[in-house]
Write a protein that binds this ligand. Structure first.
Ligand code: NAP
Length: 283
C-alpha cells in the first residue's frame, strides 16, 4: 500500500502523520507549499512538485477546505492515478460534490469514497476519528489499511454521498451542542460561578459532552485557537440547511446556528475556533 495525502491543515497534518508512522505515506501536498515542504521533511516523505507525483499511489486521501477544493483535486488526480486506485475524501462537503467527484474519477476507472470524519483535532492527533464512508465496498477494502491508521471506527454507510449525509446529521448535533454549551457557560460567568468548580461538576453529570470537555476551559479563558474554524462550521451548516430544505425538514437548530456563525465570520472570527460563539452569547 502506497498512500498520498493532500490538505495538511489542523486535521490533515496529524492524519498524514499517522500514515507515515505506519510506513504507508509516500507523498503529500498542500495549497500553501511551504506547509507541505516542512511536514515532508519532518515525516521523511516527498512533497509533491506536481500531481504526477501521486501516480504511484494506491490510495490518495484529501482533507481540504471547501467543495471547490475537492473537485479541483479530484479533477487533477483523475488525470494521473492508475485505474484501480482510490481517492478518499475526508473533507466535509455536499452530497452533490461527492457524487461529482465519484463520477469524474470513475470515468478513468479510479474509485472514490466520501469519508468525512468526526472527533476534532484531538481525534486526528490521537488517531481516534469516527470515519463515515459512502461508496463502493470494494474500494473501502482497498483504502481500509490507510483509514485504520487514524480511525477509532470506520462505518460503511452506503452508496456515494451517504458518508456526507451522515456528517450532515453529525453537524446538526455539533451545532446544537455548541449553542447550549456556550450559552450555559456565558450564563455561568454572569452568575459569577467559579469555572474551576463549574466545569468538572457539569462533566460529572448528564450535561457532559465532548465540546464542553475539550473547549470549556479554553473558551472561558478567551482562547479561540482552532480546533474547528467558525468559517468551516458556517460552510457545513449552509450545506446542511440546503439538505434539510430539500427533504422538507424545518430545523430551528440549523437556522439559529447558521445565523450565529455567519455573524461571527462577519466579525472577523472565520479562523477562530467554533467556541468563539461564547462572544455572541456574552452579548
Ligand atoms: P484547515 O486547518 O483550514 O486546513 C485545510 C487545509 O487544506 C489547509 O492546509 C489548506 O491549505 C488545504 N487546502 C485547501 N484547499 C486546498 C486545495 N484546493 N488544494 C490543496 N490543499 C488545499 O481545515 P481543517 O480543520 O483541517 O478541516 C479540513 C476539512 O475537514 C474541512 O472540510 C473541515 O470542515 C473538515 N473537518 C474539520 C474538523 C476539525 O475539527 N477541524 C473536523 C472534522 C472535519 P492552506 O495552507 O493554503 O490553507
Amino acid at each position: 500500500m502506497k498512500a498520498g495525502f493532500i490538505g495538511l491543515g489542523a486535521m490533515g497534518a496529524p492524519m498524514a502523520g499517522h500514515l507515515a508512522v505506519k510506513g504507508l505515506l509516500q507523498v503529500i501536498d498542500n495549497r500553501t507549499r511551504n506547509k507541505a515542504d516542512a511536514l515532508a521533511a519532518q515525516l521523511g516523505v516527498r512533497a509533491a512538485a506536481t500531481h504526477a507525483d501521486f501516480a504511484g499511489c494506491d490510495v490518495v486521501a484529501l482533507c481540504v477546505s471547501m467543495d471547490a477544493d475537492v473537485l479541483q483535486q479530484a479533477t487533477a488526480l483523475a488525470a494521473v492515478l492508475r485505474p484501480g486506485s482510490v481517492v478518499v475524501d475526508h473533507s466535509t462537503v455536499s452530497v452533490a460534490t461527492a457524487r461529482k467527484a465519484q463520477a469524474l474519477l470513475a470515468a478513468n476507472g479510479i474509485g472514490f469514497l466520501d469519508a468525512p470524519v468526526s472527533g476534532g483535532v484531538e481525534g486526528a492527533r490521537n488517531g481516534k476519528l469516527s470515519v463515515m464512508v459512502g461508496g463502493d465496498g470494494a474500494d473501502l477494502e482497498i483504502a481500509r489499511p490507510a483509514l485504520d491508521a487514524y480511525a477509532a471506527r470506520i462505518t460503511h454507510m452506503g452508496d456515494t454521498g451517504s458518508g456526507q449525509a451522515t456528517k450532515a446529521v453529525n453537524q446538526v448535533l455539533v451545532a446544537g451542542i455548541n449553542e447550549a454549551v456556550c450559552e450555559g457557560l456565558a450564563l455561568g460567568e454572569k452568575l459569577g460561578l467559579d469555572p474551576a468548580k463549574l466545569l468538572p461538576t457539569l462533566m460529572a453529570g448528564a450535561a457532559a459532552n465532548w465540546f464542553l470537555d475539550k473547549r470549556g476551559a479554553t473558551m472561558l479563558a478567551g482562547q479561540f485557537t482552532p480546533g474547528f474554524k467558525c468559517g468551516h462550521l458556517l460552510k457545513d451548516l449552509t450545506i446542511v440547511q440546503g439538505m434539510a430544505n430539500e427533504v422538507g425538514l424545518h430545523s430551528s437548530v440549523i437556522e439559529m446556528a447558521r445565523d450565529h456563525y455567519a455573524q461571527l465570520v462577519q466579525r472577523g472570527e472565520a479562523d477562530s475556533d467554533t467556541s468563539a460563539l461564547i462572544l455572541l452569547k456574552r452579548g
